[in-house]
Design a protein around this ligand. Structure first.
Ligand code: NAI
Ligand code: MG
Length: 339
């Protein structure tokens, strides 16, 4: 980018306050020249002011190039509006891109895939069952699933572009044997894959969940409607070993938001033990989006190095604090830059 980038920085709630500052420090350490624009939204703000997000917050975000986002606590209150859903919808961030890569190091977590794997889930982010077309009556409730041509085409195209930069293999995940809206999504994805010369196969979502656990190494890029993508992402985070390692991007045509897959983790918030690597790898995705490949690669190398050295937070069976891990990542980056 030619002019200085403007990044809206939203820590949010809970461990968002602990993992986003290290991610910002890492962006500075790799030498990104950017203007850091803090924006307060979320549950904490809602408790104080009665609003989780204001129109003026969205105006500040729109004036930036992109957003670095921590996590937001969602209270069990029907009057609370989801901040993230509103941002995704208003800024039309239709593609949720979630890369999952196995680690090369032993980790002490309940479950980790045996074979090395490296795949990306591309989840439609603005429609499907999360399109907010819902009604609750006395004796029944309905949620309408909307799948459009425009929504399916653009998500399929995003997935195809990613596949072409990788192994050129696309898996279309749906439930077309039961849901007609999935049949529609499937056909659009197949058309887009053919037009773009991308090799594809298809999987029913239930079989996909099973096979991701048994053989994640088989997959390259998955494309799927909103709800399925949400669920498969958490399955995939377990394969990696921790939610604390999984970054994501929400991408639109001209704007993007980068955030760890995890939430605000109230059970560990304030203890200084949250794993900052998901947030740091989200900053890496921001750099890739901005065309800063070298800086992005440097972050990945720093993260790999720190894990290989065994500097791990408790979610990976280690004893390092959030600060220890961030310091080690930054020390590696500074060391390389001095060479
Ligand atoms: P969560 O992702 O916050 O936590 C799930 C489990 O993973 C917890 O045991 C937590 O301690 C652990 N964990 C998560 N991130 C970690 C990290 N970086 N390092 C170490 N351990 C980590 O999901 P949960 O508990 O279901 O939700 C908590 C709150 O976060 C809820 O209010 C939920 O609505 C919200 N949430 C927000 C999201 C967002 O803003 N994008 C996404 C998911 C949940
Ligand atoms: Mg989720």
């Amino acid at each position: 980018m030619v002019s200085q980038m403007k990044v809206a920085v939203i820590e949010g709630d809970g461990i968002g306050h602990e993992v986003i500052p290290p991610a910002v420090d890492v962006l500075k350490a790799v030498g990104l020249d950017f203007n850091n624009v803090p924006v307060e939204v979320g549950y904490g703000k809602w408790e104080r002011t009665g609003h989780a997000i204001d129109d003026s917050d969205l105006a500040v975000m729109r004036d930036c190039d992109c957003i670095l986002f921590g996590a937001i606590t969602t209270p069990n209150d029907p009057n609370y509006q989801s901040v993230l859903l509103r941002i995704r919808r208003e800024l039309d961030l239709y593609a949720n891109v979630r890369p999952f890569r196995s680690l090369n190091i032993p980790v002490d977590t309940p479950y980790v895939a045996r074979e090395p794997f490296d795949f990306i889930i591309v989840r439609e982010n603005t429609e499907g069952l999360y399109g907010s077309k819902e009604e609750i009556g006395k004796d029944r409730a309905t949620s309408t699933r909307i799948i459009t041509l425009k929504g399916s085409e653009r998500i399929a195209l995003t997935a195809c572009k990613l596949a072409k930069e990788r192994d050129n293999r696309l898996t279309i995940v749906h439930k077309a044997n039961v849901l007609k809206s999935c049949g529609f999504f499937r056909e659009v994805c197949i058309d887009v894959a053919r037009e773009n010369g991308v090799r594809y196969n298809e999987m029913l979502v239930d079989a996909m969940a099973y096979d991701l656990i048994l053989a994640p190494q088989k997959y390259d890029v998955l494309v799927t409607p909103n709800l399925f993508g949400d669920i498969l992402s958490d399955v995939s985070a377990a394969l990696v070993g921790s939610l604390g390692l999984c970054p994501s991007a929400n991408i639109g045509d001209t704007y993007a938001l980068f955030e760890p897959v995890h939430g605000s983790a109230p059970d560990i918030a304030g203890k200084g033990i949250a794993n900052p690597l998901a947030a740091i790898l989200s900053a890496k995705m921001l750099l890739e989006w901005a065309g800063e490949r070298e800086k992005a690669n440097l972050i990945q190398r720093a993260v790999d190095h720190v894990l290989e050295k065994g500097i791990k937070t408790a979610d990976l069976g280690g004893q390092a604090s959030t600060q220890n891990v961030s310091d080690a990542v930054i020390a590696y980056i500074r060391g390389i830059k001095r060479l």
